[in-house]
Design a protein around this ligand. Structure first.
Ligand code: ADP
Ligand code: MG
Ligand code: ZN
Length: 626
């Protein structure tokens, strides 16, 4: 819905009309020269004859005059003599080539028969030589002008720094901005973020009010949040709310450009914003230029450094009295160069969280406003089933639901459409590949193992659905849905979670006495959780309340980046041992729990084999009537 504006350049005079510029003159001269040489070639018609024929003609006294240019001989027949070609055209002139080996007889022969001999320098005429010397340059310069135009079209702004100043940038186009029509009513939830940015909006609306009081506003605000939480949307809406022009660039644009282009684009961006002030500048995905400049990353990426330096220089260059605010967005605040967040630059941070229940309802309202919903559709229910969805996911959900309704020729979108759209987003598409009987049994016990473990433990999220219909990568799934949004996870909750993850594998081992590859992903998740419990949350007795977290990509070319925590080899070994120990202890207790309730396990597995899918309610009654 907010795709209506874009940064497309307005067609400039240069691309739509014909401007008489020096470079057209150049092309014209070139064209004229080509035409001239072609015409003169046409006029001089010579008969091509063999060298031996030529000598024969000399001996017969037919030839009056020859001109020798290098190895080329051009001559004319004497008197009224003409020679004919095989199409019976007659010629008064001929041409031939001299042999490579010097023919010593030729000159005496010509002399003997009184032929006038002219020798000309074999070099090309001066004019042609000049053209040949200039031509490569014309082509090179032409290429630059051409690519300059392409770049400008692609970037939407002017690009001057192509290496040859003046070419490709004859018209100095300002950086294009867009007029925004979205405002804060289009951004649902995010109340904290909106409140924080309200000040920015107010400042851009009445800069004089702030200036007269000498109040200084932050120049830069960093929007941080997971992908799809609405950072880009919020930035646009802020410009729309304040009613100021919106200048935006995306960090990743710079990376693929020629060296020097990024910096000049940043300069243009800030220059144009100053002229249009009050204005809002937005640098999206700033992490792609603003990564911390550690040893490893600096190699071979001058462009990013130059662009980043230019951004920093521009931010330092304008005073906080100027009615310009720079917003930047990132989903990786942890890897940002500290220079960016220094006071006077992006020193204010606004965090965009994943939407909570109430916010999800509001986001759903925004995105279903124009959709024909059935009357009794409860958006509250849908919000409850979409814990962990981002704003973008919810927008996608509404769209998928509408698509499904349309596919089924419905006039209104109902709960079914939302449910199946949700499953599709969360679990992937269900595909036709059905399991064969033995696979089906194994998957049924695997999923039953997950489900039963969850039912046996306290502290677990209730089971909503179990299925052995393959979807996406998974052969089956057991779905737990948190009743409320969880913020702070307790140790007990985490342990139960690991147990449930192991439940599938344990059931297979218990029933079939063998393992399968189906549990790979479960194992991975469980191991990750255990590692985090030990290294990040200090939940291990032996290692104690210490953070050993080294971050995921904090290692680069053998060097640490950012804040580094060095751990000794001994500690690393201890961590590995503890992870192994915790996992195998957990496995033992899960197997024990399942073995004690083996009849329930069989019951769930058999129900799955029969029905393929069991809802949470059915599972409850299945387990209680025993
Ligand atoms: P980000 O930049 O954080 O990755 P976007 O701003 O591009 O996310 O969000 C993508 C889309 O998701 C938006 O265009 C909008 O349709 C939807 N969206 C995200 N957050 C919200 C929100 N709070 N309210 C309404 N729509 C939202
Ligand atoms: Mg974005
Ligand atoms: Zn599993």
């Amino acid at each position: 819905m907010n795709r209506t504006q874009s940064n497309e350049p307005k067609p400039s005079a240069e691309t739509t009309g014909f401007n008489w510029t020096p470079r057209y003159t150049l092309w014209l001269v070139l064209l004229a020269l080509l035409a001239y040489s072609y015409i003169t070639q046409l006029q001089q018609q010579h008969l091509n004859i063999a060298y031996s024929t030529f000598k024969q003609e000399v001996r017969e006294g037919h030839i009056a005059e020859v001109t020798i240019t290098g190895s080329q001989v051009v001559g004319s027949y004497g008197g009224s003599y003409t020679a004919n070609d095989d199409k019976n055209n007659s010629y008064s002139q001929f041409k031939t080539l001299l042999p490579e080996i010097d023919d010593k007889d030729l000159m005496p022969l010509l002399d003997e028969y009184g032929v006038v001999v002219k020798i000309e320098s074999s070099e090309l005429p001066a004019l042609i030589r000049v053209i040949l010397a200039v031509l490569p340059w014309v082509l090179i310069v032409g290429f630059f002008m051409y690519s300059g135009r392409i770049m400008r079209k692609r970037l939407g702004g002017g690009v001057g720094g192509m290496g040859i100043p003046g070419f490709g940038s004859e018209t100095k186009e300002p950086f294009e901005h867009s007029k925004i029509t979205v405002n804060y009513t289009d951004v649902a939830g995010l109340d904290n973020a909106k409140a924080e940015l309200q000040e920015v909006v107010d400042f851009l609306k009445n800069p004089d009010k702030y200036r007269s009081l000498g109040a200084k506003l932050p120049k830069g605000v960093l929007l941080m949040g997971a992908p799809g939480t609405g950072k880009t949307l919020l930035a646009r809406a802020t410009a729309g709310e304040a009613g100021v022009p919106f200048f935006s660039v995306t960090g990743s644009e710079f990376i693929e450009m020629f060296v020097g282009v990024g910096a000049s684009r940043v300069r243009k961006l800030f220059d144009s914003a100053r002229k249009a002030a009050p204005a809002l500048i937005f640098i999206d995905e700033i992490d792609s230029v603003g990564r911390a400049r550690a040893f490893g990353y600096a190699m071979g990426n001058d462009e990013r450094d130059q662009t980043l330096n230019q951004i920093l220089a521009e931010m330092d260059g304008f005073s906080s009295a100027e009615p310009i605010v720079v917003l930047a967005a990132t989903n990786r605040p942890d890897i940002l160069d500290p220079a960016l967040t220094r006071p006077g630059r992006f020193d204010r941070k606004v965090v965009l969280d994943l939407p909570q229940h109430k916010a999800r309802v509001e986001i759903l309202k925004v995105h279903t406003k124009k959709l024909p919903l059935v009357k009794d559709l409860n958006l509250d229910d849908i919000a409850a089933q979409t814990v962990g969805f981002s704003g973008a996911d919810l927008a996608n959900l509404a769209n998928e639901a509408a698509l499904r309704a349309a596919r089924n020729n419905k006039h209104f979108i109902d709960k079914d459409d939302f449910d199946s759209a949700r499953d599709r987003i969360v679990l992937g598409l269900s595909h036709g590949d059905l399991l064969n009987e033995s696979e089906k049994e194994r998957v049924a016990y695997h999923e039953a193992g997950h489900a039963l473990t969850a039912c046996l433990l306290s502290n677990t999220d209730p089971i909503k659905k179990i299925s052995i219909i393959p979807r996406g990568q998974a052969m089956g799934f057991t779905e737990q849905r948190p009743e409320e949004d969880r913020h702070n996870l307790t140790e007990e909750y985490l342990q139960s979670r690991i147990a449930v993850l192991l439940g599938g594998r344990c059931a297979e081992e218990l029933v079939f006495n063998s393992l399968s590859t189906g549990a790979a992903n479960d194992l991975k998740q469980a191991t990750q959780l255990v590692r985090q419990m030990i290294t990040q949350w200090g939940m291990n007795k032996h290692l104690g309340p210490v953070n050993f977290d080294q971050g995921e990509d904090s290692h680069f070319l053998g060097r640490h980046m950012g804040e580094l925590i060095d751990i000794s080899e001994h500690t690393a070994e201890m961590i590995d041992d503890e992870i192994r120990l915790t996992m195998s202890n957990m496995e033992k207790s899960v197997i024990k729990g399942l073995a004690n309730n083996i009849d329930k396990l069989h019951r769930i597995a058999n129900a799955l084999i029969d029905h393929e899918t069991i809802e949470g309610e059915e599972l409850k009654s299945l387990l209680s009537d025993a």
